[in-house]
Design a protein around this ligand. Structure first.
Ligand code: SF4
Ligand code: SF4
Length: 387
């Protein structure tokens, strides 16, 4: 036996780094959502919030999009912070590459460990397909991004807060922005670190009034094995449900991609429909999947959802579909057991959904409510009226 290489010696020192047992999920070659090769690149100006911004969803929505987040003091404080990070999303890599191991597996472990060190909840890696890059940005300028890999950084919106909330009350936008600000901080730090190692890297994140995304996040979450696409049109993770947001780092650092996962969600969402029934804007369909821009998905009505989130008079934004989803659970062995049943005994899915209702999941638990209901009207915080 020869002397172990630097890569081998390094690898022996490394233990699993994940906070959740992602490695125990069934990993598959293709995502459980059918994807054809006919996916058109998306113009960022066609996304729901961009359309609202440009007045394509009506005058009221255009007026409210400027304040739906700022009308609550926590989300407003977070909103203010994000545009400042935009200036450090990208930069030049140093010209001398650092003397680090070149094993993609080892570098992936390193980058994931770094993400967890920075307090990410889940970190995944995939190749960056060309079709996951926006064609044009908010100013209409063409986007050229040729990085090979995407690192997705997932941040939980906090189970306890979700438990104390109705899902579309005054804390809702702050929960989203908790994840946006934290993941943006991690993405900017990670991208800056990779550039200091001598490789190009760019952070992509929600930046409040200015977008810092050049990539579409949902397919990257899917390809990086964070979860499967659910009935609500977003990626659902088996340990967090849809209770998270994500930022992305794209880079040419040689990494080893993760693979998509299959934990039985397509069968489960087929019978569940709780999010569709509870959605205040009826944006989530109750019917079957359809082909849409190369994906076979339940066709989510982004316009209805965006309008409701922006003009919600009894709260700031909305995450009711996240709240009521049976996968929105704390950690514990009983929930691990249900996750196992969904995967191995799908004929029990209807009973699991029924029991979720019987046990009262999805209802507000007022004991967990820690925030004050307040609304900023013309710069003065007031107790919101009911509408
Ligand atoms: S965020 Fe609210 S409005 Fe949008 S789909 Fe979910 S429940 Fe419906
Ligand atoms: S509520 Fe039910 S149907 Fe909706 S995403 Fe969650 S599991 Fe799927």
């Amino acid at each position: 036996m020869g002397k172990p290489t630097l890569d081998e010696r390094e690898r022996k020192r490394i233990r699993p780094v994940e906070h959740y047992p992602m490695e125990k999920l069934k990993h598959v070659n293709k995502p459980t959502t059918k994807i054809t090769d006919k996916i058109e690149r998306i113009d960022e100006r066609e996304q729901g919030f961009s359309r609202a911004h440009f007045g394509k969803l009506g005058a009221l929505v255009q007026k409210e999009v400027g304040r739906f987040c700022q009308k609550y003091p926590i989300s407003s404080a977070m909103w203010e912070m994000l545009p400042q990070l935009k200036s450090i999303a990208d930069g030049k890599a140093v010209s001398n590459k650092a003397p680090i191991p070149q094993s993609p597996r080892l570098l992936s472990r390193h980058i994931k460990s770094f993400g967890y060190f920075l307090r990410a909840d889940i970190v995944g890696i995939c190749r960056l397909p060309e079709w996951a890059v926006y064609s044009r940005d908010m100013k209409g300028e063409a986007i050229e991004l040729n990085h090979k890999f995407a690192v997705v950084i997932v941040i939980d919106q906090d189970y306890r807060t979700m438990s104390g909330s109705t899902g579309d009350d005054w804390i809702s936008c702050s929960q989203s922005f908790l994840s946006y600000t934290t993941s943006a901080f991690i993405a900017c730090t990670m991208a800056a670190y990779i550039r200091r190692l001598g490789y190009p890297a760019r952070a992509h994140f929600e930046a409040g009034s200015q977008s810092a995304y050049q990539v579409v996040v949902t397919p990257l979450l899917l390809l990086a094995g964070i979860g499967e696409i659910c009935r609500a049109g977003i990626v659902l993770n088996p340990f967090l449900g849809t209770r998270f947001k994500a930022a992305v780092v794209t880079t040419d650092l040689p990494l080893e991609p993760d693979s998509p996962v299959d934990f039985g969600l397509q069968e489960f969402c087929s019978v569940c429909k709780k999010c569709a029934v509870e959605c205040p804007s009826r944006a989530i369909p109750t019917g079957d999947k359809v082909m849409h821009n190369g994906y076979e998905v339940w066709k989510f009505d982004a316009e209805r959802c965006t309008k409701y989130r922006i003009t919600n008079l009894n709260g700031s934004a909305c995450g009711r579909c996240i709240k009521v989803c049976p996968w929105n659970k704390p950690r514990g062995w009983t929930h691990d057991m249900v996750r196992w049943m969904v995967k191995h005994t799908p004929f029990m899915n209807r009973l699991i959904v029924k029991m979720d209702d019987v046990w009262g999941y999805g209802r507000q638990d007022i004991r967990d409510k820690w925030w004050f209901d307040l609304e900023d009207i013309d710069g003065v915080l007031q107790i919101p009226g009911k509408s």
